[in-house]
Design a protein around this ligand. Structure first.
Ligand SMILES: Cc1cc2nc3c(=O)[nH]c(=O)nc-3n(C[C@H](O)[C@H](O)[C@H](O)COP(=O)(O)OP(=O)(O)OC[C@H]3O[C@@H](n4cnc5c(N)ncnc54)[C@H](O)[C@@H]3O)c2cc1C
Length: 418
């Protein structure tokens, strides 16, 4: 067991940190002011485009796509990318600067893994170049979407076309001015077994009949320029060649999509939490109340110590999940992926709670990144699949493993019940 970063990772991390220090953190206020100004609603902050050009020229580009994706990948393993994702997670919009942002990264994985040559040329290549953005449209307002087998949007073949009818919501990125395509999940084979009814098709953003009903607010914020849309599909027609992998393959694709992307979310949470911890420490040293520095109050020290423990635990767990994915793929690493999905968002949420309290009024204002990180941590406990769903999955896998041990007579797991 080796806990040190390899020379390759150390070099990449130093390069990324230098870029963050010299280019990205100095732009943080400008970015915040731009996206909060209602006159700029749904406009891309020019600073992001400037930084993208510089990041690409520096070679810090598409690092999220694991080495197994061959020609499309810059060559990092999941384990190598994990500490780099933490650096980006310290300022979550920086993922876009390095062309590693959600939901594009999941969609790029899908197209790299399952897309036809034509689909890759038309959509994957411009996505990898950062010229266009995309949406993943799965969730529907009328059904419990944490169970994806509930999706109802219909995709019906008519000659050389598929016709889509139905509703979606929480379609992130739909308002982005560079958005050109939606990976859309719906029912093609209603009579097939439950996990073979759904398919994914590529729907151009400007398709006739695709209506953006409204942009959905998150804690009173539209998350401009990306936005989260409620959509209505009225007889939207796409060529049959726009289906990914084939009819009934929606769940095969969804499994592939939700692997690497999930541990990368967890690492975003570690990055946010680490930055908030550093902010907490600096603030506690700087402020005095009732005759002593905040950092001398034992409750503040406990908050700092607890945050440090939680962050280190989560960081090591994500590294383990990433290593398991490299070794056994997303399927073999299922239990670790569930663990990081449970632990990651809760970590950011908990550390943000403490950091806000230590900062007092400033902690809930827009003058630090803490309030935004609190919201992000909270929403990821739902947006990346609700906590309870991951816990169900993990408990099932854990009980199955315990049963194997018990049946094999190992580990002293006798049955002590009645
Ligand atoms: C900011 C944001 C961005 C999003 N972006 C996207 C996107 O880009 N594309 C997309 O398709 N979707 C997106 N989503 C939607 C997200 O994936 C869903 O909200 C999520 O899967 C839950 O589905 P639901 O809202 O229908 O909740 P429901 O399925 O109705 O679940 C509600 C609650 O029921 C409980 N519950 C559910 N299942 C269980 C269980 N098995 N055991 C115990 N309790 C359970 C949980 O407490 C859960 O929170 C986004 C959501 C948010 C908030």
């Amino acid at each position: 067991m080796d806990f040190d970063y390899s020379p390759k990772v150390l070099e990449a991390k130093a390069k990324l940190e230098a870029f963050m220090d010299e280019q990205v953190y100095p732009a943080e206020r400008e970015h915040h002011d731009f996206v909060m100004d209602q006159n700029n609603l749904w406009k891309q902050p020019p600073i992001v485009e400037e930084l993208k050009v510089k990041a690409r020229a520096s070679g810090i580009w598409n690092w999220f796509l694991p080495a197994e994706y061959g020609e499309f990948s810059p060559g990092f393993t999941n384990l190598e990318f994990a500490p780099l994702a933490e650096v980006m997670g310290r300022l979550p919009w920086s993922f876009e600067v390095f062309n590693c942002s959600a939901p594009d990264r999941g969609n790029m994985e899908v197209l790299a893994k399952f897309g036809s040559k034509e689909q890759q040329d038309q959509w994957l290549r411009p996505l990898l170049e950062g010229r266009i953005r995309s949406t993943y449209a799965m969730t529907e307002p009328q059904v419990a979407s944490s169970d994806a087998t509930n999706m109802q949007l219909t995709i019906v073949r008519d000659g050389d076309e598929y016709v889509l009818n139905g509703r979606k919501w929480w379609s992130s990125n739909i308002m982005h001015p560079h958005n050109e395509v939606l990976v859309t999940m719906g029912v093609t084979n209603p009579d097939a077994p439950r996990h073979q009814r759904h398919s994914m098709v590529l729907v151009p953003r400007d398709s006739p009949g695709l209506e953006v009903v409204r942009a959905v607010e998150v804690f009173g914020n539209y998350h401009s320029p990306a936005g989260h849309g409620e959509l209505a599909f009225h007889d939207v027609r796409v060529p049959v060649d726009n289906i990914i992998l084939g009819e009934g393959q929606g769940f095969t694709i969804a499994q592939g999509r939700l692997g690497p992307g999930r541990f990368q979310y967890a690492m975003t949470n570690v990055g946010m939490a680490q930055r908030m911890l550093e902010l907490m420490c600096a603030r506690a040293e700087q402020r005095e109340a009732f005759g002593r520095k905040m950092s001398e109050q034992s409750s503040v020290r406990q908050d700092i110590a607890r945050a440090r423990c939680q962050i280190e635990q989560a960081r090591l767990l994500v590294f383990k999940a990433a290593a398991e994915m490299d070794k056994s793929g997303a399927k073999g690493a299922r239990d670790y992926i569930s663990m990081v999905k449970i632990v990651g968002p809760k970590l950011a949420h908990d550390v943000a709670e403490r950091a806000m309290q230590i900062f007092g009024g400033k902690g809930v204002s827009g003058d630090t990144p803490i309030a935004d990180m609190y919201v992000l941590g909270r929403l990821m406990r739902i947006a990346d699949g609700p906590d309870e769903v991951h816990m169900n999955q993990l408990a099932k896998l854990t009980m199955a493993q315990a049963e194997i041990e018990r049946l094999a007579g190992r580990g002293g797991i006798d049955w002590y019940g009645d």
